[in-house]
Write a new protein. Sequence first.
Length: 588
Amino acid sequence: MPIATVPPTTPQTSPSMATRDRVDSTIVESNPANTPQSSRAAITIEDQSHRLQHKKLLLVLSSLTLCSFVSYLDQTSVSTVLPAIAHDLGAADRINWVGISFLVATTSSQIVIARLSDIFGRKALLISVIVLFTLGNLLCGFAKTAVWLFIARGIAGIGGGGINSVVSIILTDLVSLKDLGKYSSILITSVALGSGIGPLLGGALSTAGWRWVFWFTVPITVACIVQLWWMLPQNKMSGNLREKLRMVDFIGSSVSLAAVVLLLVPLSGGGIYYSWNSAFVISMIAVGSVLAVLFILVEWRVAALPILPLYLFRIRNVFIVSATTFLTGIVFFCNLYFLPSYYTDVRGFSPVQAGLYLLPLVVVQVFAVMLSGQLLSRTRYPRPYIVGGFAIWTIGAGLQSMFGLGTSKGKIIGYLILEGIGIGFTFQTTILAAQASAPSPERAVITGSRNFFRSLGGAIGLVATKNAVLKKELLAIPGLSAQAAASIIKLGPQALTDSSLDGAVRSAYMSSIRAVFILFIPVAGLSVIMSLFMKSVYLQGDKDVLPVTKTPTPPTSQDNLELRNMGGEGDNRDSIAVEGRSAEKSFK
């Protein structure tokens, strides 16, 4: 079997990566394309996979589903009590920072947490982020000031984002790629249930006081910790604490967190809390952009074990999945925000009705994920589902752009069903295609980066579209002052004091929301085009895996460390070898 080698003098060259179910997951090299020759070192990444009996697998899966459920439940329930929080804490002009702080924290932490799970173990990381999530929500419930609440919500955001990433990573450890789509469909039900029940439960709990919306998750998270402690298997991770800490990419983690925060915060508040040409906004965006470039340089040339290995993006399927995930993140998260706004602010639906009319999108999405997972476990080729799913999603987005003041409820339901099918057929199949194309030791990073790009797309999409058109439309209404328009942007149409302008304000909302719906069409359409260029990969099962040696043979050369792979991208037949210093010198 031929071995493709990467010369140490050409760090730009990257091997063609492939389906990795047959790779020795015990070791992965600190990618030579990312680090200079003088600092290359072979870094051990332990194989944390487990194959459980079916009954125990279902028990563990139920615990993971509960974790994911409470995370999504928390995300969607808080919006219903924002007016009460604003009144109680005197933060009417800053209340949006409750959502902004959570979103920024979730987005910035996911790729860091994914790599930490490689170093410290999945079980330890999952329990840690659940504890962090619980602590954040407890602090939110006891908040006495707005700043206290914003900081606590950021802590909860790190925990919530970590839960979603680590849960997905653990599932890839428990089942083969062949069966991952089938079992992940069970996990996806938590997304639908949490997203659908959250607003209803939040509204019900608000009668007892807004603090209970944060506190009610605590008993659930405690139950999750107890279940996971007893049921989730864990490999004993080798190395002492000092060795593990030396593997952590502290510089890359710090720079990435700072870059995301410095970019998203001014984008979120620009034009609302701060003028776009203010020194605050310009300086933060400038510094954030510089740090983003610095992060790339750190991952490329400095980090021993990068949190985001750049060589992965030289793999065609990984690059395309990352790009399409970013694009569809814009559509997905903007839809979750603008559809309820369309229902309540334009059509005058009650919050309960708005929640019910989200169900066609959410419920159908779950069934589509389940169907695609079952079909994929038989056909094993994800590309047709990805291309078809993006195409259906684009058609649904095109029909959704025709929503208006008098669109029938039947059309609303029908159009959203189409979108739900498209989302469901791409939600899990894309990540499977990326994982099947990359080294198996990097599957945690692939999962974390997918969630990162999805959240980043949603964050940028929301901050770029949220009030971009609305402010202009409101200021064009005769008789509506700039101060009144600013209040409506921050608090919604309920801030309008002149009832004679109600129709004009609703029309302004409709114009701004339609502009966003129209934007969905080219964004989703570009995803279709990009998916056509994906390579066809075959999802392997446990019976397809060849035996591998758990303890790798020491390298014969100081500068050569082979990572052998028996699967190939496309034809599943190639092997690779990557360069690095001897593992014996990794931590000396």
